[in-house]
Write a protein of this length. Structure first.
Length: 202
């Protein structure tokens, strides 16, 4: 069952930032990570589609050892078995399906995923810097274009580009962080309340 963190009703970025930090700290503790440790989450929905295997290999070689990489394969059992056969350093965790997705997302400093409805919304609500892989297309392309245009998500044409973006975010990208906090503020209001407010003005 999916759990969504309660978000602040205020639109002040300072409150949004402190709340986001509190969620991140709690989630990192649950996953056994230190408060100041860095984490990257790579997944492409429950189907585990997209270039996860190749990107995992590239990230495992590029990430510093003090940064933890969580790779969640979902229900793609063949991908999970294939990755488990590889030898990775201790900062790489390969997982199958999990019902604790929200903690992995919240604990992450970089979230690499496809632009599905749930994934995109979680990233926005939590203000997580997100790198989007448009692996499925179709209706998800609308999410892809929306968040990239807003600046709260970025993308790359090649896998090496995703690696470079990941390293850039981990080193600190203030412009990206501000855009993520801004989208968090926009998503802080409940959807039902936002719809009611919209139609009350019509």
């Amino acid at each position: 069952m999916w759990k969504i963190w309660k978000t602040a009703e205020t639109s002040e970025s300072e409150n949004a930032c402190s709340e986001c930090f509190a969620c991140k700290k709690e989630s990192k503790e649950k996953l056994g990570l230190g408060e100041n440790s860095k984490a990257v989450l790579l997944t492409c929905g429950s189907m585990g589609c997209g270039p996860i295997y190749k990107l995992t290999k590239k990230l495992s070689k590029a990430l510093p050892l003090d940064t933890h990489l969580f790779v969640i394969c979902g229900k793609n059992h063949s991908l999970y078995k294939k990755l488990c056969k590889k030898t990775f350093s201790e900062n790489i965790s390969i997982l199958a399906y999990t019902d604790n997705m929200i903690d992995y997302v919240s604990a992450s400093d970089v979230y690499i995923t496809k632009p599905g409805g749930i994934s995109s919304t979680e990233a926005a609500v939590l203000g997580i810097p997100t790198l989007l892989i448009n692996a499925v297309g179709g209706c998800e392309t609308y999410n892809f274009n929306f968040f990239v245009k807003k600046g709260s998500a970025r993308t790359a044409k090649k896998l090496d580009g995703f690696v470079e973006l990941t390293l850039t975010v981990l080193c600190g990208d203030k412009e990206f962080e501000r855009a993520c906090l801004k989208i968090k503020e926009e998503f802080s209001e409940s959807s039902a309340k936002a719809i009611a407010k919209y139609y009350s003005k019509q």
